[in-house]
Write a protein that binds this ligand. Structure first.
Ligand SMILES: Cc1cc2nc3c(=O)[nH]c(=O)nc-3n(C[C@H](O)[C@H](O)[C@H](O)COP(=O)(O)OP(=O)(O)OC[C@H]3O[C@@H](n4cnc5c(N)ncnc54)[C@H](O)[C@@H]3O)c2cc1C
Length: 471
């Protein structure tokens, strides 16, 4: 260890524990933690940007407790890093890897440029259990189907999580924006106050959620996770998305619970591995986020305009199909949506409404506080039928029978649709507080008496188009 400072470049890893890049940096010298607000942040949707800012505030507090200040700068990453290296005399930069195509291109260019200048530039795995290139089929290719992927990884050794390292800062005054007044999502004028009531922010909250889930819910997870009105899932996705908790911590605590007799824990770990699989797919076929994974879908007659009145009823939770509308309003109020509901609204949009999955992908990317480039792309291509391991197109969810099955008592629908009860619960009223004024929606409005798409007709039309596509 020397006294030359070391830069740790923070991206989607807003935590101190089990953080390989941070731990490696601390072994080399005093650390300068740097956040760079570059194009990758600019391009994020409104709700994820808001959630990212909240995460940064929590992280700044965690560093402050260790006597360190976060250095937050706006600009192109390469230029910002070069400037801080010059100002501080630092000779090394560490970061945890990201796997989407833009981040990969940016990071490898930066790595090359830094190394050419004699700077140590080292990336680490802090985002995944398994590097995408380390899991291969017998033929040396990548997996396209989840179950064999799971079989390939389930028995693998995963390194034990790292402790919070001892942090040493530097005694230098460096220019920085304040985490408390970044205003990264100015368009969230109405939504932010509502979202803040539902979100849980920061690494500490993530650890509490994991512990509570494993103590109280994991036992019934397998049986109850599909029920819309149950609070049966871990809700860890908003933390995983920003790295407020590491997948290795969840993996080890999950298997630990399993060893202590919680049979449901295996199913939970299996779900966590869906996230790994999504990254495996994104890494090996980056086009999954932008193109039909199966090119035979390119000629399918999906509607592509995201702003038609028809699509707006879907976005606004006014389709007249209660379970769809409840889910779309849950999304707008909480920035989250139950997994089964994501499948239902996706199926309804791409099949009954015959709209392109990219409309849904983009809307989720704008509204989800757990937005994740890999899981979102895989989820939409799965639901549309165009992905590698996808639901067959002809298996069209009937949202009404799904509602009867997974929201038997209607509690989920009443929780989110104010027009269904009097007095309406606060959750349902919150939607009207969060919704943009331009939508002109009031809780006193009557609920649509007829669905925008008749379910039988919509299904028949989708199947006919599917049949033509195959002919
Ligand atoms: C159309 C569509 C879009 C989606 N978009 C996203 C997204 O942007 N971000 C996101 O994190 N998830 C997305 N998912 C996956 C899934 O809905 C969420 O991960 C899950 O609802 C998160 O809730 P939870 O943390 O309580 O999950 P739990 O059931 O407690 O599962 C634990 C963890 O496993 C992972 N996981 C579980 N199911 C899946 C899955 N199907 N795919 C990938 N990972 C999974 C998540 O990291 C999750 O936090 C999408 C699914 C669909 C169908």
């Amino acid at each position: 260890m020397t006294d030359a400072p070391v830069l740790y470049w923070i991206r989607r890893d807003l935590r101190l524990s089990d953080n390989p890049a941070l731990s490696a940096a601390t072994t080399m010298g005093p650390v300068i933690p740097v956040v760079i607000l570059d194009d990758s942040i600019e391009q994020m949707g409104a709700a994820p940007r808001w959630r990212y800012e909240m995460g940064l505030r929590a992280l700044a507090g965690a560093y402050r407790a260790h006597g360190l200040d976060l250095i937050i700068r706006k600009g192109a990453a390469e230029a910002v890093l070069a400037d801080i290296l010059t100002m501080t005399g630092a000779k090394a930069v560490h970061w945890n890897r990201l796997y989407d195509p833009d981040s990969r291109a940016r990071d490898s260019a930066i790595k090359t440029a830094l190394r050419d200048q004699g700077i140590v530039a080292q990336s680490h795995n802090g985002h995944l259990l398994f590097e995408p290139w380390e899991v291969q089929t017998g033929q040396g290719g990548f997996y396209r189907v989840y179950t064999p992927y799971w079989r390939a990884v389930m028995g693998r050794d995963v390194a034990r999580p790292l402790p919070v390292p001892t942090l040493r800062g530097v005694d230098l005054a460096l220019d920085s924006l304040s985490a408390d007044d970044l205003n990264l999502a100015p368009q969230m004028r109405r939504g932010a106050a509502v979202l803040a009531r539902y979100a849980q922010i920061g690494a500490e909250a993530a650890q509490i959620r994991l512990a509570q889930f494993l103590e109280h819910k994991v036992g019934s997870y397998k049986d109850e996770r599909d029920f819309l009105d149950q609070d049966a899932c871990s809700t860890l996705s908003e933390h995983l998305s920003l790295g407020e908790i590491s997948p290795r911590e969840i993996w080890h605590m999950g298997w630990e619970a399993h060893r202590h007799g919680e049979v449901g824990a295996e199913h939970f770990v299996k779900e966590l591995v869906w996230r790994e699989f999504a990254y495996h797919l994104l890494y090996h076929s980056p086009q999954i986020a932008t193109e039909n994974w199966r090119p035979e879908w390119d000629s399918f007659p999906w509607a592509t305009d995201p702003n038609t009145p028809h699509v707006m009823t879907w976005k606004q939770g006014r389709t007249g199909i209660q379970v769809i509308d409840a889910a779309m309003r849950e999304l707008y109020v909480t920035g989250r949506m139950h997994n089964r509901a994501r499948m239902l609204v996706g199926s309804y949009l791409t099949k009954h409404m015959m709209c392109h999955w990219k409309i849904g992908l983009d809307w989720f990317a704008d509204c989800l506080i757990d937005w994740d480039p890999a899981a979102n792309a895989m989820g939409w291509q799965w639901v549309a039928g165009s992905g590698p391991d996808a639901a067959p197109y002809f298996r069209i969810f009937n949202p009404e029978t799904q509602g009867e099955k997974f929201d038997k008592h209607g509690r989920y629908r009443v929780r989110w649709i104010a027009e269904l009860s009097n007095p309406a619960p606060q959750t349902a009223l919150d939607f009207f507080e969060a919704a943009p004024r331009s939508w002109d929606l009031q809780p006193k409005m009557s609920y649509p008496t007829r669905p925008i798409v008749d379910l039988a007709e919509g299904r028949a039309r989708a199947l006919a188009a599917y049949g033509e596509r195959n002919s």
